[in-house]
Design a binder for this molecule. Sequence first.
Ligand SMILES: Cc1ncc(COP(=O)(O)O)c(C=O)c1O
Length: 348
Amino acid sequence: MLDIRSDTVTKPSAAMRQAMAAAEVGDDVLDGDPTVSRLEARVAHMLGKEAGLFFPTGSMANMTGLAVHAALGSEALLDEDAHIIHGEMAGAAALLGVQVRLVRVGEGRTVMNADDLRRAIRAPSKHDPAISVICLENTHNGAGGKVTSVEDMRAMREVAREHEIPVHMDGARLWNASATTGTSLADFGDCADTVMLSFSKGLGCPVGAILVGSAAGMKRAHAVRKRFGGGMRQSGILAAAVLYALDANLDRLPQDHANARLFADAVAGANGASVVPPDSNIVMIDLADGVSSAAVVARAEQGGVRISEWNPTRVRAVAHLDVNAADMARAAEVVRGAIEECAAEAVR
Ligand SMILES: Cc1ncc(COP(=O)(O)O)c(C=O)c1O
């Protein structure tokens, strides 16, 4: 079975497990774990930030990032398709008492830009909640791994600055945005006050994410993480996997992007589908009227390929560390066949 539902399905390699087994560890809650501290300093440096904080998940790191900026009863601005809106169990409302407001993305685009943001920011008044944070996502999962250029990120940062609103970046796959554009992580990092990056996706680690930002911000984040139950003990075991992945897996992300393009090109033109051309490792396929995602996913699985149902008319496939070009070519053949069979049945 080829599993390309997500880049989170990868299994730690033998070499990664060896690095984990050999990790020097300590009690991170009591004294700091030496391997975690090394990882936090290394990634903070890569992003041009003062400090970093290791988390078990991206969702917890995103919520903590929002908590650093947003007071109870304030408002967070996010684009309407953001992962924080759709994939994190309404954490901003349930855990932080923060109202999220959706920024409408302009006609013909799938990710937010500075004009969208400008339209969404209202003048302070006695009636409206204060906007405490703007959240940007790069790459954008819901838009099909779409990359926002550093120029567009800077323009949004500028709008935020004009209104003195801090910016949090959901950079779960910022690694991929950097691989696609050649823009350094530090240049992207400069476009936000806090950035979350995930280790359990393209980098192939079993667990983990990081929040980076100012030293003062990360001090506040440390307390929030503890409150969320995210204080971990000998977490150097997990951080060692990430240090290994930064050395071994970061530079190979362009291969995933090439494999995603290969897959997309082979599926494009299938009767009954339109493929969103991938910017990175995610391929979204929009199905024609009457063709259901559930049916296509089930049919592909019968052919030995697992893809995911993104919504009732859109399926998603993701290239990752554990599939090569030949796997993606085979997967494309199966998925194309599944779509065409389902489309033929739909018109019958
Ligand atoms: C863009 C984005 N942000 C945040 C997350 C949350 O990460 P986690 O699953 O580690 O909580 C994901 C996970 O898929 C994601 O795609």
